[in-house]
Unconditional design. Structure first.
Length: 197
């Protein structure tokens, strides 16, 4: 069975109780990766690398900031990646939260945190490439058109060169169509599987 390394978004958590995780587990083995989204870019890459399942039939999937890191890890490791409502340029997107103290609604016992200027600057120049030639396997873009935080249509247009995207009408930034996306995700991963010789 294919293992999906699942990455949550900014100020969130990957939990067994998450509806998206439950839907993914109807088709895939899902490895939940939790990382400190207030840490620097490079520190997060190290956290993800330490927790990922390194098996031949592996892919990355993530939402929002996790979608960014899913594509980045797929690019670095030559693995399929699914980026759901992704933050393709965190240096720009995270700047909106500079100095704001935030509670994590998924982890209410965790103390509130604030995003520092240094953390935001650690993302300078790290926007995801829209050129498929920059990826051993171009990532799959999955979007809810009703994303209230990131402009889904602008993302679709900017990253159209990566290949066909899965775009669902309505929804929100939390992504509400995982069940509907399963066939497309599975087809994408199966296309990347090495052919039998």
């Amino acid at each position: 069975m294919i293992v999906l390394n699942y990455l949550h978004g900014f100020n969130s958590a990957a939990l067994d109780t998450d509806g998206k995780v439950s839907e993914l587990r109807t088709r895939f083995d899902v490895n939940l990766i939790n990382y400190d989204s207030f840490a620097s870019h490079d520190a997060i890459v190290e956290m993800i690398d330490a927790q990922r399942v390194a098996a031949p039939s592996t892919a990355f999937i993530g939402t929002s900031l996790g979608g960014y890191f899913a594509a980045l890890m797929g690019q670095r490791l030559g693995l399929p990646a699914i980026m759901v409502n992704p933050s393709c340029d965190p240096h720009w997107a995270l700047a909106h939260y500079r100095g704001v103290t935030l509670e994590n609604y998924k982890l209410p016992d965790q103390p509130p945190q604030a995003l520092t200027a240094a953390t935001i600057e650690s993302y300078a120049g790290t926007a995801l490439s829209a050129d498929p030639a920059d990826y051993p396997i171009p990532p799959l873009l999955v979007l809810d058109s009703g994303d209230e935080l990131l402009d889904a249509e602008a993302t679709r247009q900017a990253y159209a060169g990566l290949g066909e995207a899965l775009v669902f009408r309505g929804g929100s930034h939390r992504f509400e169509h995982m069940g509907d996306a399963l066939d497309g995700i599975e087809a994408y991963i199966n296309r990347q599987a090495p052919s039998a010789s």
